[in-house]
Design a protein around this ligand. Structure first.
Ligand code: SF4
Length: 407
């Protein structure tokens, strides 16, 4: 795929290395997710981590809530295909145990580990071992003292102050290998907290809308918060917190970064026309079948499914490959050039097979492979046949315009 014409300038930050994965400092924005298995279930957790890696996750977090979890981490870390972050709440000893297990990063919640001596002890250990920490402020578990100080409300200022207080404790022991998050489930609150934080620190920022919830509402909330900030250049690593299989989180994160041009495309970008009176097939059904057929396969192409050959190849001429229906046939086109004609029930299989061919051999070879003259002639004849049967105004738009004008 071609380089995007528009890019978002990134905020300058220092770099934090999570294992081998850089965060901030101009590195590609990374995708994170969190396992939902018991960390003591080593095989189950590793299976989920491998599934997350397939879905585009770069860094994974596992809870370290008891000693069995810490022991699990010791077995998981060496077999994980990506760096493992230990999630620590309340018990600073679990942070020390996770470090012994060899994790690549800790996540500490300043709202629930509050003893300065414990905080400094963990930071000293991280300093000596070269392991970074994410300060993970969460609006729902804000330090009670800050909550009261800001009038019994969670405010952006309170969240930023919580992060800066933790940074100050770390500074006392000479530790600053830190990334920060200030998550909230309220999107405007979260956006403003990150904006304010980005003004006062150059530490890389981990973005997220916490407890975004299930289904499309959760996806929308998370996207509204994360995408707004990324488009402003704020944010170096992201996590969708969905009430769903974590694979969905990783997939959503990756897709968002690809959509914003912040990561190279890894999987198919499937576009489809919205369908209209001209549609020759059930576009939704064919698009869903195509999406399922491509799945998570590494085919970094934009693929179009179009409802008619009258306008489809033209409307999707920027796609790498596409198919448009017409007269019970599928018209395959590559970068707007018709290359083949197939029976309608072979549209999806043909699309996948040619997409694989392009990934292996390139667009030029695909154009050489096609019988361009025959494909163009078939497309023109089916286009003419459709125009003949449907007329030039298949959507009855002009009739509607006439009605409007009579109002
Ligand atoms: S004109 Fe054809 S390609 Fe465009 S929306 Fe209608 S069916 Fe789809």
């Amino acid at each position: 795929m071609e380089a995007p014409a528009v890019t978002f300038p990134r905020r300058a930050t220092r770099t934090v290395l999570v294992g081998t994965v850089p965060v901030g400092g101009g590195s590609p924005v990374t995708v994170q997710s969190m396992t939902t298995t018991k960390t003591s279930d080593v095989d189950g957790t590793l299976q989920q981590i491998y599934d997350l890696a397939m879905a585009g996750c770069d860094i994974v977090r596992c809870t370290c809530n008891d000693i069995e979890a810490a022991e699990g981490l010791a077995r998981i870390v060496p077999r994980s295909p990506m760096p493992v972050v230990a999630d620590i709440h309340h018990q600073y000893r679990m942070a020390l145990a996770a470090l012994e297990a060899g994790v690549a990063c800790l996540r500490l919640n300043p709202g629930n580990i509050r003893n300065p001596e414990h905080i400094k002890l963990v930071a000293s250990e991280c300093r000596d071992r070269g392991v970074p920490i994410r300060i993970g402020v969460n609006g729902g578990s804000l330090d009670e003292r800050l909550y009261q100080k800001y009038g019994g409300r969670v405010t952006p200022e309170a969240m930023v102050e919580s992060a800066m207080m933790e940074l100050a404790y770390f500074a006392e022991v000479g530790f600053d290998d830190v990334k920060i998050s200030v998550k909230a489930s309220n999107v405007p609150l979260m956006i403003e907290a990150y904006r304010q934080l980005s003004e006062v620190t150059d530490h890389p920022l981990h973005l997220g809308v916490t407890e975004a919830g299930p289904g499309s509402a959760g996806l929308l909330k998370a996207t509204a918060g994360i995408a707004t900030l990324l488009a402003e250049g704020i944010g170096d690593t992201i996590r969708y917190s969905l009430t769903a299989d974590p694979v969905e989180e990783a997939r959503a994160g990756r897709q968002l970064l690809e959509a914003l041009g912040l990561r190279e495309r890894k999987n198919v970008d499937l576009i489809a026309c919205p369908s209209c009176g001209r549609a020759e097939v059930d576009v939704i059904k064919i698009a869903e079948e195509a999406q399922a057929a491509f799945g998570d396969r590494e085919i970094p192409l934009q693929v179009a499914v179009m409802g008619c050959v009258v306008n489809g190849p033209g409307e999707a001429r920027d796609a790498d490959i596409g198919i448009a229906a017409g007269n019970k046939r599928g018209h395959l086109f590559v970068r707007g050039t018709n290359v083949a004609v197939v029976p309608e029930d072979e549209m999806v299989d043909t699309l996948v097979e040619w997409a694989e061919f392009i990934v292996e051999h390139g667009v030029e070879r695909a154009l050489e492979r096609g019988d361009l003259q025959a494909a163009k002639a078939a497309a023109e004849s089916d286009r003419a046949a459709l125009l003949e049967s449907q007329g030039a105004d298949a959507n009855a738009s002009e009739q509607r315009v006439d009605l409007i004008r009579k109002l």
